[in-house]
Ligand binder design. Structure first.
Ligand SMILES: [Fe+2]
Ligand SMILES: [Fe+2]
Length: 179
């Protein structure tokens, strides 16, 4: 039996909503960057392709991969240590590896190959975050021995900056003047 951890339903729901919102924002951005690359490849516009490829690779390296790595200890550790969660977590970790491998492939490719790799990243990430939203996080919320709010506390890579500032009662920094 797991030792129950003290937790608050409202905080658990708030943490779930924060990660879901962050995931949705990530997917939207990723899809826009993939669309820009695909469009440039289709149009055979090598200048635009080079630029879109660079922006997409950079976003994957600074947002997507750090997001996945940040989840592995704090978010996946608890359910991964439970018999009911172990297989799900093993499958999710395999998807992280697949995403990292696809980012490597994207970085080293161009033209149609790059568009194919980018499209695969988008598809795998969309399925993956759906599992996190609908299976993994609800499992954590419902497990008496785990707390989602504790798991994601302070992890900007998981909940986004706005949630952290709301939790701390601080103001987010003003966006740069030039956007
Ligand atoms: Fe993940
Ligand atoms: Fe995630």
């Amino acid at each position: 039996m797991d030792t129950p951890v003290p937790k608050n339903a409202e905080e658990e729901a708030g943490a779930l909503a924060a990660v879901e919102t962050h995931h949705a924002g990530m997917l939207k951005r990723l899809e826009a960057l993939i669309a820009a690359l695909t469009h440039a490849v289709k149009a055979r516009d090598t200048g635009a392709e080079h630029e879109a490829h660079e922006v997409l690779v950079e976003w994957c390296e600074t947002e997507l991969v750090p997001h996945a790595l940040a989840e592995e200890g704090p978010l996946y550790g608890g359910p991964g240590a439970m018999p009911e969660g172990r297989l799900l977590v093993a499958g999710m970790l395999a998807e992280h590896k697949a995403i990292v491998g696809l980012v490597e492939r994207l970085r080293g490719s161009e033209g149609v190959d790059a568009a194919v790799a980018a499209g695969a990243i988008g598809q795998v990430f969309a399925l993956h975050l759906e599992k996190e939203n609908r299976l993994l996080m609800p499992f954590i919320v419902e497990s008496p021995g785990l707390s989602l709010a504790n798991s994601v506390a302070g992890l900007q890579e998981l909940v986004g900056e706005a949630h952290i500032h709301a939790a701390l009662g601080t103001e987010p920094p003003a966006p740069p003047a030039n956007g």
